[in-house]
Design a protein around this ligand. Structure first.
Ligand code: SF4
Length: 231
């Protein structure tokens, strides 16, 4: 327990909210850059319990609030990075964080949050939530790259409201990134569109690498289409 709390403390010192799913990320996206941790030492942490949360939250509350600071949901230095929207208590604890502190929170997710609840929280606490939604792709490569990812319907529902600050998605071939840009900006005019292509690292499988390379080849075309759409 003391060791676990020392890992939490280290992450908290770096302004992280060190929740844990207690396992590697179950979404298993084929492009995930978190498959290789050889560049840093990570410690195994169990599924965060209410008791852990009380410790974590008490520690966080002892830090002064700074306007320029935003607390990141998830440890990523000493712990493994996962999609914490999948923690069954994540929404409750995020709500408690927003209600009982005046701090900001930054969250990265492929979109498993309850759409109505996350958008309601963003309305209630304007300017406090920085939600970076990893859309990745809404098109035909979604099934291949994110076989366990949330449905397109779920992602679009999350986007339909004030919660999402930026949506990141990429070129994987003709009509990928440009189509997604159109769909996303039709639903949400305010969120930032964060686009480009993904770089295949050495350990990424051959099929995914192929799609990533194709995306890079079509990036200028896709970017031009988006520019011409004048979204
Ligand atoms: S949801 Fe994020 S952390 Fe999980 S497998 Fe996908 S890219 Fe990796």
């Amino acid at each position: 327990q003391e060791f676990l709390y020392s890992v939490f403390r280290k992450e908290i010192k770096d302004r992280k909210i060190p929740l844990s799913l207690g396992k590697t990320c179950p979404v298993k996206c084929t492009f995930c850059y978190e498959m290789d941790h050889s560049y840093r030492k990570t410690f195994e942490t169990p599924l965060t319990t209410q008791e852990h949360w009380e410790f974590i939250f008490k520690e966080i509350r002892s830090f002064p609030t700074r306007e320029s600071e935003s607390w990141i949901l998830g440890g990523n230095e000493y712990m493994e990075w996962t999609d914490l929207a999948l923690h069954p208590k994540a929404m409750d604890w995020i709500e408690e964080f927003l209600e009982k502190t005046d701090k900001k929170i930054t969250m990265f997710s492929v979109g498993y949050f309850d759409p109505a609840r996350i958008n309601r929280l963003a309305e209630k606490y304007p300017g406090r939530i920085n939600f970076e939604l990893s859309v990745i792709t809404l098109g035909s490569y979604r099934e291949q790259l994110m076989p366990k990812g949330p449905s397109v319907k779920q992602v679009l529902a999350v986007l339909d409201g004030p919660a999402v600050t930026s949506a990141n998605f990429y070129s994987f071939g003709p009509g990928s990134m440009s189509e997604d840009a159109k769909k996303i900006s039709d639903i949400n005019k305010d969120c930032l569109l964060w686009m480009g292509c993904l770089t295949p690292l050495k350990y990424i499988d051959a099929d995914t690498t192929k799609v990533m390379r194709q995306g890079k080849r079509f990036l200028p075309d896709e970017a031009r289409k988006i520019y011409d759409m004048n979204l």
